[in-house]
Design a protein around this ligand. Structure first.
Ligand code: CA
Length: 146
């Protein structure tokens, strides 16, 4: 009995230190369905965590590496004075050379897509694109345990 209790105690300890650690495990889930930005956001929030924020070159690279040639996908940035869907305060930007351009004045609900080159382009929110969801494993576990 004492041995069982000890192993249970160790497991609980491991979970707690995992939840308290700052190291989030990022996972990106590619969704092979075209949706508008808002619908993509709802989908990610319902099934995963959120549309991803891209906080640095490494994360940009991680997302880019998931894509097939020429694919454009939504990420979590939108133009409500440039906020991230998941409330991240990151100021990292990776615009393509002539972006954001608000092309033909219809990209005013400006949203961001990643092209194969990894550079960003604003687009009309009502356009449908495939997208990527961010899944925080820390959130999944800690919602239950912490
Ligand atoms: Ca554009």
């Amino acid at each position: 009995e004492l041995i069982l209790l000890r192993s249970l105690y160790k497991k609980i300890q491991a979970y707690i230190s995992f939840c308290l650690s700052e190291k989030k495990t990022n996972r990106y889930v590619y969704i092979n369905e075209s949706k508008t930005w808002r619908k993509a956001q709802s989908y990610c929030r319902e099934h995963h965590t959120d549309l991803p924020s891209v906080r640095n070159q490494i994360e940009n690279q991680q997302i880019w590496s998931v894509l097939e040639a020429g694919e454009r996908i939504w990420i979590g940035l939108f133009n409500d004075s440039w906020k991230w869907s998941d409330q991240s305060s990151s100021s990292f930007r990776y615009w393509d050379s002539n972006q954001p351009d608000n092309h033909v004045g219809k990209e005013n609900c400006i949203t961001t897509i990643i092209t194969k080159q990894g550079h960003w382009n604003n687009d009309n929110c009502d356009t449908s694109h495939q997208f990527i969801c961010h899944e925080s494993e820390k959130n999944l576990l800690c919602n239950v345990l912490c």
